[in-house]
Every structure is written in C-alpha cells, then in structure tokens.
Ligand binder design. Structure first.
Ligand code: UDX
Ligand code: ADP
Length: 477
C-alpha cells in the first residue's frame, strides 16, 4: 500500500536540499523534482550554465546537475506553483540556533520551519506528504502538523480548498565534502512516521538505489531524536580524541599513533578519531545545544551537563591553538605576518559555518597579527562576512588586519608562521623548500591536522608544531 509519487517539491536549495534532490533525480527519472527557494541569487547560481558557479561545492554534484537539470530536476522561486503540484514536499530550510528570545543560544530557531509550514498549508492541494529533512528539535513534527491542520483563512480564496497532510521525519545524515557518496550509498535511511502508506511511498523512492534492509522505519519522535543523538555521539568522539591530543603534547605521545591503536579495537572503530582544531559545520554544535535545551526542559540536568562538556572541550581546543601560536612567536604577534591555510570547516567543501578558522583568525587579529588567508574553495566575500572588511596593507604594518591570498605561496610571503587549519589535500603536498625561502625566519609551521608531509618543513629550517604531537624534530618513520 502506497501513494503514487510523480511530483516532488523541495523547499530550500541549500547544502541539504540541493545534493539530496540531485541524487533522487538521478535515480528516479520518472519523478519531476522542483527545488524552490526564496533566495533568487541562489536559484540563479543553481541554474548557471557554468557548473563551476553552482552555489555549493560538493565533489560529484556538478555531474549530477548536468545529467538531470531541466530534465527532471528544476530550480526556481516559484513557490506557490510547485507546492500546489507536489505529491510530496521535503522541507530543507535553515534551522540555526536561536539568537534571541526564549531558549536563545540553545534552542533551534523555528522561524523558517514555521514560515514553510504556513506556505505549504496555504498552497498545497490534495493529499500531500510533508517530509522533514532539516535537523529539527524533537516534536517539531507536531508543530508542523498543527500548522498544517489548522483552518487556514489564507486558503479561503484558494480554488482547491481540499488538502490533507501526512508528516514524516526523514533526517539527512550526509556529511559535507562526501555528500554525494553518502547519499548514493548511505549506511541507513531513517523514516519516522505514523502513516504506513506514506512511509512506504518514501521508502519506495529510496529503494530505487538503496537496499531495503538499510531503510529503517521508526515512530516520529525516535527518528527526530536519532538525528540529534547521532550528531552528538560523533561530536563526542571528536572532543574525546581532542582532549587526549593535549595530553599527548604534554607527555610526548603521538595522537595519530594513539588513534590507530585504540581504533583497531572493533568495539571502538577507526572512524572519527582524527584530532584537529575542533569540530565545525552547521550541525554538531547546533544539535548538541538543542539536545541540552531538550534535557533541561525535561529536568534532566545531569544529562545536559554531560553534553555541555563536549561543547566546552571543543571551544577550548580551538582557543588552545591561537594561544600556542602567540606563545611560540615570543609572546607577541603584533605586526607579524601569519598565513592561514584553509578557512572551510573541513576539506572538500566551501562551507565556513562554525569553522574553527573563524575563531582562530579572530583571536590572532585581536592579538595584532596580520593574516593572509588562503582556501582553495572559499571566496573572499565569504571570509568578509565572518571577519569584516579586508584592510591589510602591504606597505604599512596594519596590526590586526587580514587579506585574501590566491595561493599558498601568496599567503606565505614574508610570513613568520603558517597555520594549517583545514585538511585540504593540497596542504599535504607543500614544497617546504620553496616556502622556507619566502618566509621570515625564525619561521614556524603550526599544523592542526598533522599531515605527514609537514614533518618535511623542519628539514628546511622551519620550526614545526603538530597538534597532538608538540614540537617536532624530523624523524624517520
Ligand atoms: C555532520 C555529520 O557527520 C552528518 O552525519 C550530519 O548529517 C551533519 O553533520 P558534517 O558537519 O558535514 O556532517 O561533517 P563531518 O565530517 O561530520 O565533520 C564535522 C567536523 O568534525 C569537521 O569540522 C571535521 O573537521 C571534524 N572532524 C571530523 C574531526 O575533527 N575529526 C574527525 O575524525 C572527524
Ligand atoms: P542546510 O545546510 O540545512 O541545507 P542552507 O542554509 O544551506 O541550510 O539552506 C537552506 C535554504 O533554505 C536557504 O537557501 C534559504 O534561502 C532557504 N529557505 C529558508 N526559508 C525558506 C522558505 N520559507 N521558502 C523557501 N526557501 C527557504
């Protein structure tokens, strides 16, 4: 028993909506998919003939867009029309943490979800399955249902007053940078809901390319809570390994060796044991804050304190880096030139949300550093929106200013220090001989991602500090 789905509408053309719909479109040629957004500029970028101008960078995404766009995958701002025609509507809008009001700093701001539910309620026709894709607080499905179910005066003038809704939760577990691969071959697909026919309809879509055994169905609240819990567990692993990285630096142990040793225990597993400058991205912090809010709401103080520590440790890890840099550069970086390699929160994405690079740069700017930032995929405007205007001046020393660099070489000219923040492959292939010649000595390399190749820098007279390892002499391995 299932409904026939011929038209899908996805509200929100962002990091989740865009790639998810591209993969569904490529596997379901008989379904027409319309991705809609209120942001015309973003939609124009999705429709750009030059695939290099797509609004998000994800390996493999351009090929899917090329294959499906204008055939069964369409991007537009025609919200009313495509909601009205849809048999199934995915909600993939932004769900940031609330900046003010009740629950500020912890709860998710449901402003965009609320607006979306109202749009659906106003324009949808006939039986419509509404699928929550965005990460949401537990019980949001109830809010959506209430908005959809309420008698809507906006609909009074609408031609077709009949509409009926089913709400499903289908959280997205894709990880940026590997989104297409994750969507093509997920560990599992989770569908939460109460209406079996609707659940079957969504499961049928996924079963076009995913084995049935991987499709897990649960009740609505389990599905919503599973998404928060999965992200909290992943973030907890990173905070755990990062806490040990500091201990490694203090004792002379090597964090990569410790990760390898503990990860070989199948009960622990190898994944997500890479220490770094702290986790970033749009999900981990937001979801843990949301979990904390939820626990406090239900009076579970010990549980909320437990998860708060994962966030505290993460913040501490990021702050530790700028402190070490200042300390090693003789206690002052005022007027000193520092190259930042990588501004995205992780490799293979142009996303900078919650990137550890933001706070590292801000702290170095506060200390008076002159920083040159290079990232292979993040553009200057994106950095401006995080750090303010570019004021760096080559001729005059302008303490606490930054500039955008076009290449690693450009960023490293006259630099007293280089900090590797993002684990882009390019940074593991740096020609340290050349770089050493253009830096100001004594020169430093601070590698927060412990690249093998970074050891080479010490052969060319650069002092090397590795996260989770400390000061490094070159050693044969
Ligand atoms: C995460 C979840 O992985 C995904 O399932 C969910 O849908 C969204 O949130 P994402 O934020 O895209 O995905 O990236 P992820 O690969 O999880 O990395 C998050 C952060 O943790 C990055 O800053 C990354 O550098 C850091 N990280 C990850 C580590 O520091 N060490 C690791 O071993 C893994
Ligand atoms: P995510 O990482 O969850 O995909 P993004 O911020 O990348 O988040 O994308 C969310 C998108 O949702 C944005 O492009 C935003 O313009 C869009 N959006 C927000 N509210 C609405 C709405 N009511 N109708 C259509 N699009 C919306």
């Amino acid at each position: 028993m299932k409904y026939i789905i011929k038209n899908i509408c996805c509200i929100g053309a962002g990091y989740v909506g865009g790639p998810t719909m591209a993969v569904i479109a490529s596997h379901c040629p008989n379904i027409q998919i319309n991705v809609i957004d209120i942001n015309q500029e973003r939609i124009n970028a999705w429709n750009d003939d030059n695939l290099k101008n797509l609004p998000i960078f994800e390996p493999g995404l351009d090929a899917l867009i090329k294959k499906c766009r204008d055939i069964n995958l369409h991007f537009s701002c025609e919200i009313e029309k495509h909601i009205a025609n849809a048999d199934m509507i995915f909600i993939s809008v932004n769900t940031p943490t609330k900046a003010k009001g009740l629950g500020a700093g912890q709860a998710i701001d449901l402003k965009w979800i609320d607006a979306t539910a109202r749009q659906i309620s106003k324009y949808a026709r006939g039986k419509t399955i509404v699928v929550e894709k965005s990460t949401l607080p537990v019980k949001t499905a109830r809010t959506i249902k209430e908005i959809l179910g309420s008698k809507n005066s906006d609909r009074e003038n609408y031609q077709d007053k009949y509409s009926e809704f089913v709400v499903l939760s289908n959280p997205e577990f894709l990880s940026e940078g590997t989104a297409i691969n994750n969507l093509q071959n997920p560990d599992r697909v989770l569908i939460g809901g109460e209406d079996l026919k609707a659940i079957n309809s969504l499961a049928e879509i996924y079963s076009n390319w995913i084995e049935k055994e991987k499709i897990i169905t649960t009740n609505l609240w389990s599905s919503e809570l599973s998404k928060l819990t999965a992200n909290a567990f992943l973030a907890q692993r990173i905070s755990s390994i990062n806490s040990i990285s500091a201990l490694c630096e203090a004792t002379g142990a090597d964090i990569n060796e410790v990760s390898l040793a503990i990860g070989s225990d199948r009960r622990i597993g190898k994944e997500f044991l890479k220490s770094g400058p702290g986790f970033g991205g749009s999900c981990f912090k937001k979801d843990i804050l949301n979990l904390i809010y939820l626990c406090n709401h239900y009076g579970l103080r010990e549980v909320s304190d437990y998860w708060q520590k994962v966030l505290d440790l993460n913040e501490w890890q990021t702050q530790r880096i700028s402190k070490i840099v200042v300390e090693k550069l003789f206690g002052t970086i005022s007027g000193k030139k520092i190259a930042i390699l990588g501004f995205a929160f992780k490799a293979n994405t142009n996303d900078t949300r919650e990137s550890p690079a933001i706070n590292i740069c801000k702290e170095l700017l506060d200390e008076g550093g002159m920083i040159s930032i290079y990232d292979p995929k993040v553009n200057v405007n994106q950095i401006k929106s995080e750090l303010g205007a570019e004021k760096y001046d080559f001729s005059n020393n302008l303490d606490g200013s930054w500039r955008f660099a076009e290449t690693i070489i450009d960023a490293s000219h006259n630099a007293d220090a280089i900090i590797i923040v993002t684990e882009w492959d390019e940074f593991n292939n740096i020609d340290w001989n050349t770089i050493s010649k253009i830096m100001r000595h004594p020169a430093w390399l601070f590698d927060t991602r412990s690249f093998k190749n970074s050891y080479e820098a010490s052969d060319y007279g650069i002092n090397v500090w590795m996260l989770g390892n400390g000061l490094k002499e070159k050693i044969e391995r």
